[in-house]
Design a protein around this ligand. Structure first.
Ligand SMILES: [Zn+2]
Length: 391
């Protein structure tokens, strides 16, 4: 069976998928042109068997394990110091979304002279970068959610402004991605659920985002079908390699699809994560049905299609919405933001920052700060019925 879960893909980048393929990490570095890799990883993975094996497999490699959840510029700066001190020539970004984002940004910044925030994803700011100063990246995800391994950006928190900034450059796309499901079998159930729903929200928001992009829509639909089928299995039995492999693929598919756009769920989740240091995937999982309720008028047709593709027992928006609530509760996701430590006292700021978050532009209905604040307040209280749908 594991042989059937193996594949080499070449979009949106080179992907080596299959259980056990971490054994090819040294080969991946060679192919990416990296002779002296810096492995950038999450604090929590330092000392793990998978990191020890990676270090042993790579000649001339060093480890930087100083990345925390919701990484900020201090993590990037510390990584850059390690990169320069070791005279590295590329990065192996190894871990969850935080490690992947931080590792990609370290590689990007390694040869730049301008400060980090000059490269925020605004207009053509990415053209300020010196492309020759961008080091290659090999990405090894150990969670199935963010999909950052196939993304061209890294989300970094600016602690001074409490804003998550998207640092973007087309060359930040990792050269090679190793999708090895065996690296995800030890993930606790709660993290599996939260990251898996993040991947679902990527597919869902991309599919519902306005604009002509049938490629993204097709990838998003299949991603949702896989997550519907395999996330409950991965949560029920973490050692289910088939479920883990399908989830890892679906996570990469979500981030591939959201080149089309995201929406209100991510627009609200970003400032909530910045202010309350909540887990990104968990925050999205809580917020999803509130934003759906607001968008209902604009997503009726699309949710009809999704319900059919997922082969849900009840069809249309109603059937899909009922399934979202059921899946969420079966996977142990809380219903209200208050349950994960978020309060309404920053509601006005959250609304304002959500409105200027780049994700807001992908919402199926144009949405302003007051409306986002309204949705956020309902999500804090757990009152879906309080959300007034847009017309
Ligand atoms: Zn996300």
């Amino acid at each position: 069976m594991t042989q059937a879960l193996r594949g080499n893909w070449n979009y949106p980048t080179t992907i080596w998928a299959g259980p056990g393929r971490i054994a090819e990490l040294a080969d991946a570095c060679t192919r990416a042109g990296i002779a002296r890799p810096l492995i950038v990883t999450d604090e929590g993975l330092v000392g793990s068997a998978m990191l020890k094996n990676a270090l042993a497999a790579l000649k001339n490699a060093a480890l930087f394990g100083g990345v925390k959840g919701n990484p900020d510029s201090s993590h990037v700066e510390a990584g850059l110091r390690a990169y320069r001190a070791g005279d590295h020539d590329g990065v192996v970004a190894f871990g969850g979304g935080s490690a992947l984002d931080a590792g990609k940004v370290v590689a990007f910044m390694s040869g730049q002279t301008r400060p980090l925030w000059d490269f925020e994803d605004i207009g053509d700011w990415w053209t300020r970068a010196d492309p020759a100063g961008i080091a290659p990246v090999v990405a090894v995800p150990t969670t199935a959610g963010t999909g950052s391994e196939v993304g061209r950006a890294g989300v970094i928190l600016n602690r001074e402004t409490h804003q998550k900034k998207i640092i973007f450059h087309p060359q930040m796309m990792p050269r090679i991605v190793v999708l090895d499901a065996e690296l995800t079998v030890g993930l606790p159930r709660a993290v599996t659920a939260a990251t898996g729903i993040d991947a679902f929200v990527h597919c869902f928001e991309a599919f519902c985002a306005p604009g002509f992009h049938p490629l993204a829509d097709g990838v998003a639909l299949e991603g949702m079908r896989l997550i519907h089928r395999f996330l409950p299995r991965a949560c029920a039995d973490g050692g289910d390699i088939e479920a883990r492999a399908q989830m890892l693929a679906a996570a990469s598919m979500g981030a591939t699809a959201f080149q089309k756009g995201l929406g209100g769920v991510h627009a609200i989740a970003h400032p909530v994560g910045s202010w309350f240091n909540t887990h990104h995937g968990l925050t999205n999982a809580v917020i999803l049905p509130y934003v759906m309720t607001f968008n209902r008028h604009a997503i009726q047709d699309k949710t009809e299609i999704i319900a059919r593709v997922l082969d849900l027992p009840a069809r249309g928006y109603e059937g899909f919405f009922a399934w979202v609530l059921k899946m969420r509760s079966e996977l142990g996701i809380p219903h209200a933001l208050a349950d994960i430590g978020v309060s309404a006292d920053k509601a006005a700021i959250i609304g304002r920052e959500a409105a200027i978050d780049p994700s807001a532009g992908g919402n199926p209905i144009p949405v302003d700060a007051a409306q986002l604040e309204h949705i956020f307040r309902a999500a804090v209280d757990g009152q879906i019925g309080a959300v007034v749908g847009a017309k």
